[in-house]
Write a protein that binds this ligand. Structure first.
Ligand code: URA
Length: 210
């Protein structure tokens, strides 16, 4: 991937995202749509995986058939909303290793503080896809990427559902080599750090909390 930011403008992604944004959409529908979109975003974020060939026998004859080669994948979810994106991706890539990073925002410093960090081994040998539905200020995403780099990852991508320009700028400043794939680039953040127009709090909408 060479672009710093890829917006997936596929009609299915955009249509489903519109339903997710609507405030009347139920928790059950929101979760189902997020799973469906995550499959389509996974298709995009993996479109240039390294390919090789292997010899197989079809019922008709032997053939040299394409197969995914190269680095093994690690999916890293930023808790808790990242899990909603990750579940769908794991359906497509069930052999991927999975990591979790938990961060909360210190109310005084407004900086992300780590409370959980469990990553697969051999991160240096993997393509790592960090997932979080909302790239808002970019503080927690950039901090999560610091942590996967500390664990040895060098080949990293970031997958989200919605991005704010502020978050994209923060990622470009802190991790310019990490490509971002998103379904939409929204207008801005509001004074509370919510993406505008956005879809509200992704975790609350996904899990039915307030
Ligand atoms: N996190 C969310 O869940 N929603 C936003 O709009 C911003 C950050």
């Amino acid at each position: 991937m060479t672009e710093h930011l890829t917006v997936v403008r596929h009609p299915l992604v955009q249509h489903k995202l519109t339903i997710m944004r609507e405030k009347t959409t139920s928790t059950a529908s929101f979760r189902m749509l997020l799973r469906e979109i995550s499959l389509l975003l996974a298709y995009e974020v993996t479109r240039d995986l390294e390919m090789g060939v292997k010899t197989i026998d079809t019922p008709i004859c032997p053939m040299e058939a394409p197969t995914i080669e190269g680095k093994k994948l690690a999916l890293v979810s930023i808790l808790r909303a990242g899990n909603g994106l990750m579940d769908g991706i794991l359906e497509l890539i069930p052999a991927a290793r999975v990591g979790f990073i938990g961060l909360y925002r210190d109310e005084e410093t407004l900086k992300p503080v780590q409370y959980y960090n469990k990553l697969p081994e051999a991160m240096g040998e993997r393509l790592t896809i960090v997932v979080d539905p909302m790239l808002a200020t970019g503080n927690s995403s950039a901090a999560a990427i610091d942590l996967v780099k500390e664990a040895g990852a060098t080949n990293i991508r970031f997958l989200c559902l919605l991005a704010a320009p502020e978050g994209v700028a923060k990622m470009r400043e802190r991790h310019p080599e990490v490509p971002i794939v998103t379904a939409a680039l929204d207008e801005r953040l509001d004074e509370k750090g919510y993406i505008v127009p956005g879809l509200g709090d992704a975790g609350d909408r996904m899990f039915g909390t307030k």
